[in-house]
Structures are given as structure tokens and as C-alpha cells.
Design a protein. Structure first.
Lengths: 445, 288
């Protein structure tokens, strides 16, 4: 009664072939996805006699721009160090560890890092998305880590192996308000920050600082980074008639939000002041596509840590960084990395660590960690790894000063920085348009 | 600017995008009996298909056709290669849900592997603002609303006035009886996957236009909104999905005008839960 060779008119053998072919396509796509999707630990290059530097940061998710920025710096400086002979006979290699910007993903990723890496010398990255979750793990493993988080909880908690290369977020909040108050003389301020940990830490200090500066806070909107439209949020901001919007919302949210502001404000962007995280090729590319590069060039300022763009330190940094150009995926203007805080200060941090290892004659973190302060505060100023090694071989004490300036750690291993005011050109290059004095900061804190 | 009236306009735009996606999703579920949680992953892949043409100079409104084609073919592939074999082995509904979730990850990360982790934007102009008082929308936003209305009318005509629509309704109501009545239900299912896949693909392109910028995982939360609209209106009910999309779209934007904006999606689910407590089968589902 039933034809066993066919089912619904399709021969059974042909159905099996179709199914196998389809499954083969599925397997191929899955393999491509697994190979292409960054996650967990991806080793760039490692071999016997190699010391690994792990970049623990988001490579996917809303903060996906941060991990690659730090990796560019790592590749640049390790390339220069390896060219100068490496550290105590060992070459350095960089390894990306994708935290996806989520503590729930970051913890297993870091655990996997330790399980799979026997020659881990240093950890870098550590944004506000994951630092609180993974710093205790890294510290308990006695690995020196240089972090880029400005979270307040690290201001007064001592993890001996954790060093913060950027000032606390509240200092950046003060800097943003100082720009609005002293440089632009704005009276009405709106805040628009993403709902991620890293962005929300700016809000409290900014609110207090606006009040101290005698300005009026007309709107304070939190942007859900997983939302795709922000029309109502933009309408609420515009309804307050602000003179300026202070903002940080990484990923696609910032572009979508500012595009909505421009659209609803009759085609005009309200001037924007961003945090140092907005100095990034990916941020510029995304927002410029949404509101226009010329608009961004004329109506955007950001606070950024001072970068010394003259002198031998900057020359060495620029040479090392541009050796990596073309090796990074399409991210917009590569020259933006020259002032991106994640690139500059991690470059300095890795140089400091390498020089500390040479000075201590050991790659064991517990042995070379105390030398970090010594190679930053000696008598002979050096500007790159090769210079430092040469001076150390002559028995001198060195003070490494890189493009980020001298590094000084306080009792909590936090470094304090001074701020400058950055703006974009229409091509996405960054230019310094002013400085923020300590008097300005003190007036609004 | 009166934020309340402005938010009503924004809610209509959100509802329009959600309606295109939700109607396709619920039709798919009604006829095929598959809760295709990979629906938004197909949307994303389709959005990128449109982007691939748009970045080469094709206007996005024409490139949306490529998105429809991508959505239709990918949905058909999913049905033929993934879901049907499991259904034939009488896999439990929960097993099919797990399979669908797995396909979501495969498609999303496969898209990311090809397209990269950074977000992209369509090259399109929003046009001038049009409206009265605080009720202002751009030309592009009005076009999205118009497109959605046309599509909803098209779906209405399809299921009410065509033989195909009648067959789809019969298959959705009782597949065995429909087959016994001479309806080639497997062909109806195939055609349904193609039509709803095309709607899914178009929804992806419209999502990208509305969002301004998108990435491989941008639609993750959107799936939850689709489910909310579908179940608010009544699962398997296209008209219910339209109504659900309107309620969710307006509810999220209007609530954002009065409460903290980043909780606006929470309001949508509170409304859904309240509705399900009162009418478990949704607004237009049969009374329980």
C-alpha cells in the first residue's frame, strides 16, 4: 500500500543525499564560525622559549573595539622588544582572551587561560566590564596585570599584582565637566551614558561635579547598550535644551543615539564631550557614519590622558605601532591608535614590565614585580626597551618615560594622569586642542 | 517638544518593524508547528545580505529584495535540513527548541565569522522630518510604517482571499484533516517557509534601517520582543501578532518617556505577563 522507496514523492535515497549535503554545509559553517569567532583564548604566536602576554578584554559584544586596541599596542611593543633581543633570551608573544564584556564569560575565559598557558608572563587589558570579576583570580595566581579600568572599587583596594594605568573614572568625570565649564562655558548639561558597568561609573561623579560647577543638569539618560533605537531618549535630552551632552556608550548605541539627536534636533548635533574611550578608530568610524565626519569634527571634544607627541619616546612608539598597520582588520583611521589611551599606556606598561624583568634578571612575577617602581624612578631617563637594556647593562638605574609620560604608582598601584582635550579631524585623526589644568579639576571636584 | 506625543510616533515606528517580524514568525509557527528561535538569526544574516549590495552602491530599498531572498532560502534550508528530520523522528517540542537555539548560535557566529565583529550601517538618508507639532518622524521612518501597513494588508489578503491562504489556514488548524481533504500539506509547509522566510529577511533589512547600525548579535533582544508580541496577540494568530506588535511598540516607547529609559523593555514584559494572567491565549486567541 505504501511505496517504501519514496516518501511524499521524493525517493528515499535522494532525500538521504540531500540531507547529507545539507549537514555537510552545516558542519562547514559551524567550523567557520568556531574558527572565526573570537572567544576564549586565541594564541597569536607562541613557541618554546616564548613569554606570553595575555590581552584579557572584550573582542566581541558591545565593547568589541577595546580588545583589538590593546592587542595592537601589545603586538607593537613586543615586536620592538623582540627586535632588541627579547627579554632574557625569550621572545614575547601576545594572546587574545575574549571576555565578551561580561563577567560571566570573563571568569571561565581567564581560568582557561591559566589552564592552557604555562609561560604566562603578564596580563593586560582588564576593562571595567570584567576587571572586578577577574582581577582577584589573576592576583591569586601572582601574575602581574596592567588594567585599563577606572572603576571606583579599585581606588582603595590593594591587589599587589594589579596595576592601574589610567586614573580613576571620577577623575575623568571631573575632566569632562571641566571642559564644559571652563573651555566651552556651557550652562546646561545633559548626560547620556551606557548601562554597562564601565560607563555608569562616570555618572555619579559627573552629577556631583555639574552641581559643584554651578551648572544645570537638564537630563540624565541611561542608554541600554542592547537596544537598537534611542528615539525617546534623544527626545528627552532635546526637550531639556542642553548646551552640551556628556557621553560614553560604546558599541553601536552611541552612533544610534547621536544620529537620533541630530535627526530630531532639526539636523543639528548638540555639542558632545566624550570620555577617553571615545578616542578610538572604531568609535569614530561608527559615529561618523551616523552623523557625518564633518559634524563630528566640529561638535565633538573628549578628555584624554596626555600623550607627549614630540620627542624620542613618541618616535619609538609611532615606529613600533605603524609596523602593525595592515595587520589589524578594518577599524578606520589607524593613526587614532597613536593617542588612544589603551594603546599608549599599555605600550608603556609592557615596556616597564620587560625592563623590570631584565633588571631583576628573572621572568618570575614575584621576583620582578618590585622592580616596576625601580625602572620607573631611576637616574637615567630612557625612552624605549633597547635604551633601557643598554643602560641596565652598564649598571645604571633607569627611569622609563614613554609617550604616556612618566609613570607613578601610588600605594594602591594606581597611576594618576593629567588630561588634555582632544578633537577629531574629518579623516578621524586626533588632534590636541587644549589642556586641562589641575586648577580646573580642583574647581569642579 | 512634548515627549509624550513624540514617543507615540516613535512607538509606531517600533511597532511597524516588530509587526513585519512578528507576523512572519507567528505564521511560520502556525503552519509548520516549529517555534523557530533562529528567526532573528536569519534576520541578521539577511540584513547583511542587503548590506553587501548597499555597500556597493545599491539603494537599500532595492537591496532589501536581496534580504528577502536570503531569508527565504535560509529558512527553507533550515526546514529541509534541520527541523524536518527531527520532526520525522518525532522529537519532543523541547528538543526542537534546543535545536533552534543551536541554529541561532551557528548562524549568528557564522555571520560574524564572515562579516567581522564590528558593526555596519546602511548608506541611506533619513530624509526631512515630517509631522505636526511634537509628532515628528523622518521620511524613512514614515516609509517603514507605510511598508509595514502594506505588508499587513498583503498578509490579510493572502490568508483571507487566496486558495493558498485557505490551505495555510487549514494546515494550521489540522494538518491531518487538511491532508485528507486533498491539500498537499508538505508543499504548503514549504511555501510557508519561503513566504515567512522572505518576511523574516525583509524584517532584517528594516531592522537595520531602523537601528542605523547593527552587528551579528544585534537581534538577540529583538527575538524576545517578537515572542512578547506573538504571545500577547495569541500564538499562531497573524492579526494577534499585528496587535501585539502595536501594543509592545507603543508601550516600550511611551513608557520610556515617563520612566527610566533602560527599563522600557521590562514594561513590555510586564504588560505581557498581565495579559497572559487574564487571557492565557492572548488578545485574539481562543478563550481558555
Amino acid at each position: 500500500m505504501f511505496d517504501t522507496k519514496t516518501l511524499d514523492g521524493v525517493p528515499r535515497r535522494r532525500r538521504r543525499m540531500l540531507r547529507m549535503g545539507g549537514l555537510a554545509v552545516l558542519v562547514a559553517v559551524t567550523a567557520a564560525a568556531v574558527a572565526g569567532a573570537p572567544g576564549g583564548a586565541a594564541v597569536k604566536k607562541a613557541s618554546a622559549g616564548t613569554l606570553t602576554i595575555a590581552d584579557v578584554a572584550p573582542f566581541t559584544g558591545v565593547d568589541a573595539a577595546l580588545g583589538p586596541t590593546y592587542l595592537v599596542a601589545c603586538d607593537a611593543v613586543t615586536g620592538a622588544i623582540n627586535k632588541a633581543g627579547g627579554v632574557l633570551g625569550s621572545q614575547l608573544a601576545c594572546k587574545s582572551v575574549d571576555t565578551k564584556g561580561d563577567p560571566a564569560d570573563a571568569v571561565p575565559a581567564v581560568r582557561q587561560l591559566y589552564a592552557s598557558t604555562s609561560n604566562l608572563a603578564l596580563v593586560i587589558g582588564l576593562t571595567s566590564d570584567e576587571a572586578a570579576a577577574v582581577v582577584p583570580i589573576i592576583n591569586s595566581n601572582k601574575t602581574v596585570a596592567f588594567g585599563m579600568t577606572g572603576q571606583a572599587e579599585f581606588d582603595h583596594i590593594h591587589f599587589p599584582y594589579f596595576y592601574r594605568l589610567v586614573p580613576a573614572d571620577l577623575a575623568e568625570s571631573y575632566a569632562m565637566v571641566a571642559i564644559a565649564h571652563f573651555r566651552k562655558h556651557d550652562k546646561r548639561v545633559a548626560l547620556a551614558f551606557g548601562n554597562d558597568i564601565g560607563s555608569q561609573t562616570f555618572v555619579g561623579p559627573a552629577v556631583a561635579s555639574v552641581k559643584k560647577a554651578g551648572e544645570k543638569l537638564v537630563a540624565n539618560e541611561t542608554l541600554d547598550l542592547k537596544a537598537t533605537t534611542f528615539r525617546t531618549e534623544a527626545a528627552k535630552i532635546i526637550a531639556g535644551h542642553p548646551d552640551v551632552i556628556l557621553t560614553e556608550a560604546l558599541g553601536p548605541a552611541e552612533a544610534a543615539f547621536l544620529s537620533e539627536v541630530k535627526q530630531q534636533n532639526g539636523g543639528k548635533v548638540i555639542p558632545v564631550i566624550g570620555t577617553s574611550a571615545t578616542i578610538s578608530p572604531d568609535w569614530f568610524k561608527s559615529v561618523a557614519a551616523a552623523v557625518g565626519a564633518s559634524t563630528l569634527a566640529s561638535d565633538f571634544l573628549a578628555d584624554n590622558l596626555v600623550v607627549d607627541t614630540t620627542g624620542p619616546a613618541y618616535t619609538a612608539f609611532k615606529t613600533a605601532l605603524f609596523a602593525e598597520k595592515g595587520k589589524v582588520g578594518s577599524t578606520g583611521s589607524f593613526s587614532t591608535y597613536l593617542t588612544a589611551p589603551g594603546a599608549v599606556h599599555l605600550y608603556d606598561g609592557i615596556n616597564l614590565a620587560a625592563l623590570a624583568m631584565v633588571a631583576a634578571k628573572s621572568t618570575n612575577s614575584s621576583v620582578w614585580r618590585p622592580y616596576l617602581q625601580k625602572v620607573a624612578n631611576g637616574s637615567v631617563v630612557v625612552h624605549d626597551f633597547a635604551q633601557g637594556v643598554a643602560a641596565l647593562k652598564q649598571g645604571k638605574t633607569i627611569a622609563y618615560v614613554g609617550p604616556g609620560g612618566p609613570t607613578k604608582f601610588n600605594g594602591y598601584n594606581d597611576s594618576n594622569g593629567i588630561f588634555q582635550i582632544d578633537a577629531y579631524t574629518t579623516s578621524g585623526a586626533v588632534k590636541v586642542v587644549g589642556n586641562i589644568s589641575s586648577a580646573w579639576i580642583n574647581a569642579v571636584r | 517638544m512634548n515627549v509624550f506625543f513624540a514617543s507615540i510616533g516613535f512607538g509606531l515606528v517600533s511597532a511597524a518593524v516588530l509587526a513585519i517580524a512578528s507576523v512572519g514568525f507567528t505564521l511560520q509557527f502556525a503552519v509548520t508547528n516549529v517555534l523557530n528561535l533562529a528567526y532573528t538569526a536569519v534576520m541578521t544574516a539577511s540584513a547583511y545580505a542587503a548590506y553587501a549590495l548597499n555597500v556597493r552602491g545599491v539603494t537599500i530599498w532595492a537591496a532589501a529584495l536581496a534580504a528577502m531572498l536570503m531569508g527565504a532560502l535560509l529558512s527553507l534550508f533550515l526546514n529541509r535540513v534541520v527541523y524536518t528530520p527531527f520532526q520525522r523522528r518525532r522529537a519532543s517540542p523541547i528538543a526542537l527548541v534546543i535545536v533552534a537555539l543551536g541554529m541561532t548560535l551557528i548562524i549568528e557566529y557564522g555571520t560574524q565569522a564572515v562579516a567581522g565583529p564590528t558593526n555596519v550601517s546602511y548608506a541611506m538618508s533619513q530624509g526631512a522630518n515630517v509631522g505636526i507639532g511634537s509628532f515628528q518622524l523622518s521620511v524613512a521612518e514614515l516609509a517603514i510604517i507605510g511598508l509595514s501597513v502594506v505588508l499587513m494588508l498583503g498578509v490579510h489578503v493572502l490568508i483571507r482571499f487566496t486558495r493558498l491562504g485557505k490551505a495555510m489556514r487549514a494546515t494550521a488548524a489540522n494538518r491531518d484533516l487538511a491532508r485528507s481533504s486533498g491539500i498537499r500539506t508538505d508543499r504548503i509547509v514549504t511555501v510557508t517557509w519561503l513566504i515567512t522566510g522572505a518576511l523574516c529577511g525583509l524584517a532584517g533589512a528594516v531592522f537595520g534601517m531602523n537601528a542605523g547600525t547593527f552587528g551579528a548579535t544585534s537581534t538577540d533582544i529583538f527575538l524576545v520582543l517578537i515572542l512578547a508580541a506573538v504571545f500577547l496577540g495569541g500564538p499562531g494568530e497573524p492579526y494577534g501578532a499585528m496587535l501585539g506588535a502595536l501594543v509592545i511598540g507603543l508601550g516600550t516607547e511611551v513608557s520610556a518617556a515617563f520612566i527610566v529609559s533602560d527599563y522600557k523593555d521590562v514594561i513590555a514584559f510586564v504588560a505581557l505577563l498581565a495579559m497572559l494572567a487574564l487571557r492565557p491565549n492572548g488578545l485574539l486567541g481562543a478563550r481558555a
